[in-house]
Design a protein around this ligand. Sequence first.
Ligand code: PXP
Length: 237
Amino acid sequence: MTKLSVNINKVATLRNARGGNVPDVVKVALDCERFGADGITVHPRPDERHIRKSDVNNLRPLLKTEFNIEGYPSPEFIDLVLKVKPHQVTLVPDSPTQLTSNAGWDTKSHFSFLSEVLDKFNNAGIRTSVFVDADPEMVEYAAKAGADRVELYTGPYAVAYSKDKAAAIAPFVGAGKAARSLGIGLNAGHDLSLENLNYFYQNIPWMDEVSIGHALICDALYLGLEHAIEEYKNCLR
Ligand code: PXP
């Protein structure tokens, strides 16, 4: 079964637009779980423009499903994750000012840094995942550095899907097979949507988890959160 982790950054963006606590990020996360999400993902950034450190702390004791914290492993991020001890940490190579993640790690050039950081999380018993492009070599070096999983950056798949879906999926199947043969887990995320998710799943059904935020929250405006989550779960069958 491929799990659906709902990324709730956008809910925090909406809350922060007005100050106050509407919508309530913790309540939305708990409702996502109630509506069938298998996990909750947050991406605390240094400027706290969406998820805040306090959200991370507030969510941890209340979530019943899998908690995934993603972000760039700065000293502050590492301290927060080691303190909160989520089920999974996903390392992303984005700079503090970046709008959103737009590439995976070069796991070969950053091998020593990643090995050192992964060691800290592995020793703390937190499952580790490294965000990579659909490139078997990047998957291989993530595994060598000690990652339990890779998360494939699916932005390029989403862009290419509407033109030629067979060509769009091909590199992801290759990278997914590399992960499987190396014996590590496989996640995927970024720009996955109701349009492109089922085809991705059908071609890589051994995936452990997808992490979806932007499109799901946008769909919830029309469908409602419960129905939107149901529809995304249906794409994973
Ligand atoms: N995975 C990672 C590493 C991300 O940074 C993001 C965006 O925060 C996602 C998945 C989810 O992407 P989207 O919001 O496009 O579904």
